[in-house]
Design a protein. Structure first.
Length: 395
């Protein structure tokens, strides 16, 4: 993360690991707690899907912090920004796409005839490779399910330079109104869904909701307000850092945001699912992120521990690798007794965390530089020079 005069935002990197781990525990850890832990703790884990919204807000905040000046304008040309984003997300995304190919093909062939499976796999594969799957409800979770959020982020990256050029007028009361406004805008689709019930009654379940619930959950336009809240907060923070006045500690703010998030997660069984999935907890996430950016007090010190920051750097790989590794653990069940949910989760985490660190080190980091170099002619606006034709011996 970018270093400025006031230091780095390492605590936010540590937060990324906890958010990614929360999503993993939601997918694979909830059965471990049922019957052995208090209900509120079960609900905290079972609400892990809502931590994706933390990622969206955090993404907007970090992009504004790194790329926007105090006037609200981009400090980096759009092509350079897009090049950096592609280099950041696509190598690991492509690797996870390939690692998920066998299990995805097997599932499709088991459910469809060969021609239908081939058509579905071809359509879903191409759509996913183009990072467009979140726009198509039936394809959003087709290929390595967690990758739907990368598709949403790709849309955010596409529009960010244009958004950044329109931020200058947001100051003072207008900024406060904008923050409240984008939160209300983020709540509007789930509220309308709850009122209109376009999928019919009894379709609010996370796993069995209808097409319109999928639109509310996955469509990039619907999730844009959470990202915008992060961008606006990031601009406020950039201006605060540039001001000559001393900055206040974020200890209370970070602690309040974390407490509100945990309290919200603990009520997941009673809060309507579409609201929890989308923007309901965005203000709590905003308090936490902004408080940590200011330092975060004791909570910030914990999240900024080097080992946690290191894991936070690998959180993107952890998030995308969870399903390919879970398929490996399912294969291991044929040879090892993993019938207990707790045993399954333990083996999954023992494999997943080191694997994500390895992918971050050996794939994400080196390939980021290689992709950026490959895209540099496009960034500079100059066509790549063809390789010289070989010269015949004796010519």
């Amino acid at each position: 993360m970018k270093q400025q005069s006031g230091g780095s935002l390492d605590a936010l990197t540590g937060l990324r690991f906890l958010a990614a781990l929360h999503v993993v525990l939601f997918h694979f850890g909830t059965p471990c707690l049922k019957g052995v832990a208090p209900e509120w703790m079960v609900q905290v884990v079972a609400s892990g899907y809502a931590s994706v919204g933390v990622f969206f807000l955090l993404s907007g905040f970090v992009l504004a912090y790194n790329y926007v000046d105090t006037a609200g304008g981009m400090q980096t040309p759009p092509r350079a920004f897009w090049s950096a984003r592609v280099a950041r997300v696509y190598p690991v995304f492509l690797l996870m796409f390939l690692l998920s190919a066998v299990s995805t093909a097997q599932g499709s062939l088991a459910a469809n005839s060969l021609p239908v499976a081939a058509a579905k796999l071809g359509t879903a594969g191409l759509t996913t490779l183009m990072l467009l799957q979140s726009w198509v409800p039936k394809l959003a979770l087709y290929w390595n399910p967690p990758s739907w959020s990368v598709s949403v982020e790709a849309f955010f990256y596409a529009v960010f330079p244009a958004l950044a050029g329109r931020l200058e007028r947001f100051r003072g009361a207008r900024m406060a109104a904008a923050l409240v406004g984008v939160w209300m805008l983020g709540l509007l689709p789930p509220v309308l869904y709850l009122v209109l019930r376009p999928d019919g009654p009894g379709t609010l379940d996370a796993a069995f909701g209808g097409m319109w619930l999928a639109v509310v959950k996955f469509n990039p336009l619907v999730r844009l307000p959470e990202f915008l809240m992060g961008v606006l907060l990031g601009l406020v923070f950039v201006r605060e850092r540039a001001a000559a006045t001393p900055r206040r500690s974020g200890a209370v703010m970070a602690l309040a945001g974390a407490a509100l998030l945990v309290a919200g997660f603990s009520q997941g069984a009673w809060i309507p699912y579409p609201l929890m999935h989308n923007a309901l907890l965005a203000p709590a996430s905003a308090l936490l992120v902004y408080g940590l950016a200011r330092g975060g007090g004791p909570l910030g010190q914990v999240l900024a521990r080097p080992w946690l920051v290191h894991l936070g750097g690998a959180s993107y790989a952890l998030y995308l690798l969870q399903y390919p590794v879970s398929e490996l653990v399912h294969w291991m069940e044929k040879h090892v007794d993993l019938s207990s949910p707790t045993r399954f989760l333990a083996v999954l985490l023992v494999l997943l965390v080191p694997a994500s660190v390895a992918v971050h080190r050996w794939v994400e980091t080196p390939w980021r530089s290689r992709v950026k170099r490959g895209l540099q002619p496009w960034v500079d606006g100059t066509p790549a020079q063809p390789a010289p034709a070989p010269v015949a011996p004796g010519a």
